[in-house]
Design a binder for this molecule. Structure first.
Ligand SMILES: Cc1ncc(COP(=O)(O)O)c(C=O)c1O
Length: 636
């Protein structure tokens, strides 16, 4: 099977062998425990979902992918520990904020049970959530974030109730609250201290690392804290040291040096009498979104095994040198656990093509510049590409100016635009076949990339693409046995010019256009945005009142067959309106009143009133996204 189109999206680099090419050119899901089995077609799955009434845009969560991430992380630490002769264990926790959805958190607890995998709460609401879950035996519940007396009280008494709740002190003021609550309740809490590492890291979160990080105690504050705890006879409560470098750390050297510094603090605190048992190194383990294996914002220059080995070896060295026992290793990896397990799937609604393949001739009375522009294709050659592009743009500008001054009419300008698109199309064809095109020409041609409109909201479903220029891998889900003939950017359905994606992961690196197929009438064209499980689901907002998308969870059963496990319908318009302080019932009644007046004044007839009210009511209870109502199409 020719897999060159499949490979052109670099899927084998970022897909971790969990996506494969089906015989018919569809993109399919692979069961990680059966890598040699045939992939299960995503478009067929989506057609199936559609028949049940669940349409795109939707988030597809794959249970097996989540399980695989947990197995990989715990397995890699176990291997590193065994190989290096580390004399303690690894106990990971999942930071809830990275994906708070019940369908994700509960599965992590379930799949992570064998590893004693726990949770990290970064706020009181997250603690309340965590306390209600069935945590695995021996699992940690790390409590970070700003804590009021209520948060502290919950943490202290939950510990008494048998939950391994560790209250991590983030500031000197918090320590006073903890001491006061502990005295009031007459109970000793399990405490941690968040230290501020001085090392700065590279990557997207560089500014929040080092001295300027907003969380954690300075060295002086840590020393003062120890004295205070000692004075209160509470030093024996201090069992954990926490530090966090920032998310998506691209450079392994940064991680190694940070662990080294954390170990220095750890051995010193122990020397001063703190009975520390747990070394919590926070999050930061990256995801190779671009598959380039480089130390850039969206990639990383290390493997999971390297990450674990580096940590284990650094800690052994530091502890042995200080002649201290090896602590329990804790990490709070969020991204690495959930990113791969969710895919955002959208359908393309329409395409604006910025060229045309059919030639068009000027009319006899048209301005001569139309013919001049049409004549460009006569002298187009590899050496004169730039000149042809310059000429085409010049004529187009001049003709537009003539239109503005009233010299030529709208039909002539329309023809001029078509001639321009034809010329650009021929230039694009020539450039596609040439090897040495100047960067200037390529950049100018970027202005003429197609625009494909996809049924989703960037602000709701991919907020990091908008906020921090996150690059996420994107690929069509069908026709991967057919060379895509177009190059496009994607725009969403919000009416916001920021609602677009113009960075794409391809085999040759990051490109500013996505190779994509020409659309066929009455045939669905799906695209998938991959590795979206971390942060995207919960950071999104209701821009233009587009709500949560449908969510479908699937998993491979014991026979390797993909099964639907769970579906959650996305927000209705009524739900979204309620979220922004409108009462849907009142909206309906108010609209009814307005329509009633229109009937009374004769503006609409009773039949139109019925259609209007039915449509309003149905829309109110329907999906917030573009709905393909009554359209008959399949994916091909
Ligand atoms: C305290 C803490 N722990 C863990 C994480 C998760 O980090 P990551 O998703 O990079 O693993 C974060 C996120 O930045 C964090 O602030």
């Amino acid at each position: 099977m020719d897999d060159s189109v499949f490979r052109s999206y670099a899927i084998d680099r970022w897909g971790r062998g969990m996506l494969g090419l089906c015989e018919n050119g569809d993109l399919g899901l692979l069961d990680p425990s059966r890598p040699a089995a045939a992939p299960t077609s995503l478009p067929v799955l989506l057609d199936n979902m559609r028949a049940r009434g669940i349409d795109t845009p939707l988030i597809l969560r794959v249970g097996a992918f989540l399980r695989r991430s947990l197995d990989d992380l715990n397995g890699a630490f176990a291997r590193a520990i065994a190989t290096a002769g580390y004399k303690s264990v690894y106990r990971g926790v999942f930071p809830i904020k990275v994906n708070q959805q019940a369908g994700v958190v509960d599965r992590i607890l379930d799949y992570g049970r064998a590893y004693g995998f726990g949770l990290e709460a970064g706020s009181k609401p997250e603690l309340i959530l965590a306390l209600s879950r069935d945590l695995p035996e021996g699992a940690l519940l790390i409590c970070n974030g700003i804590k009021d007396a209520e948060y502290v009280r919950l943490g202290i008494l939950a510990r008494k109730a048998g939950i391994n709740c560790v209250l991590v002190i983030e500031s000197p003021g918090e320590l006073d609250t903890v001491i006061a609550e502990a005295k009031r309740l007459g109970e000793k809490p399990m405490l941690g201290v968040r230290i501020k590492l001085t090392r700065r890291v590279s990557g997207n979160w560089a500014d929040s690392s080092g001295d300027r990080s907003t969380f954690g105690l300075t060295t002086k504050e840590v020393v003062d804290m120890l004295e205070k705890l000692r004075a209160q006879d509470m030093l024996d409560c201090l069992t954990l040291q926490h530090s966090h470098l920032g998310s998506q750390v691209p450079q392994i050297m940064d991680i190694r040096q940070a662990v080294d510094e954390a170990c220095r603090f750890f051995t010193e605190l122990r020397r001063l009498g703190a009975p520390l048992e747990y070394l919590d190194l926070g999050g930061g383990l990256g995801i190779d979104y671009t598959g380039e294996a480089r130390a850039t914002d969206n990639s990383m220059n290390y493997t999971l095994d390297e990450y674990c080995t580096n940590i284990v070896e650094t800690v052994i060295y530091a502890m042995d040198e200080a002649d201290q026992p090896h602590p329990v290793l804790v990490t709070e990896s969020g991204r690495a656990i959930v990113a791969h397990s969710s895919i955002l799937i959208s359908d393309i609604l329409e395409a604006s093509y910025f060229d045309r393949s059919e030639p068009i001739s000027p009319e006899p009375d048209d301005h001569h510049m139309l013919s001049d522009m049409a004549a460009i294709t006569g002298y187009l050659s590899p050496r004169r590409v730039q000149e042809c592009l310059n000429d085409a743009e010049y004529y187009r500008e001049e003709l537009r100016a003539l239109f503005r001054r009233g010299v030529i009419d709208i039909e002539q300008v329309a023809r001029a635009e078509q001639i321009f698109l034809y010329v650009v199309g021929r230039i694009k064809d020539l450039v596609a076949q040439s090897d040495n095109v100047s960067p200037e020409v390529l950049e100018e041609l970027n202005e003429h990339r197609d625009i494909y409109r996809a049924n989703f909201s960037l602000f709701q479903s991919l907020p990091d693409v908008w906020a921090i220029d996150q690059v996420l891998p994107i690929a069509p889900l069908q026709r991967l046995n057919e060379k895509p003939g177009r190059r496009a950017i994607l725009s969403d359905i919000t009416c916001d010019s920021d609602g677009k994606i113009n960075q794409f992961v391809l085999e040759d690196g990051i490109d500013n256009a996505l190779p994509i197929h020409e659309l066929r009438a009455t045939e669905r064209y799906y695209i998938g945005v991959f590795l979206v499980g971390a942060y995207q689901e919960t950071l999104g907002d209701l821009h233009n009142l587009f709500g949560d998308t449908n969510v479908v969870t699937v998993d491979f059963n014991a026979e390797g067959i993909l099964e639907l496990e769970h579906e959650v319908e996305g927000d209705t318009v009524a739900e979204v309106l309620s979220a922004v302080e409108y009462e849907p019932r009142q909206c309906l009644d108010a609209f009814k009143g307005i329509v009633e007046r229109a009937v009374r004044s004769g503006r609409i007839n009773p039949g139109q009133r019925r259609i209007l009210m039915e449509t309003y009511r149905e829309s109110l209870n329907g999906y917030t996204y573009y709905e393909h109502l009554h359209e008959e199409e399949s994916h091909g």
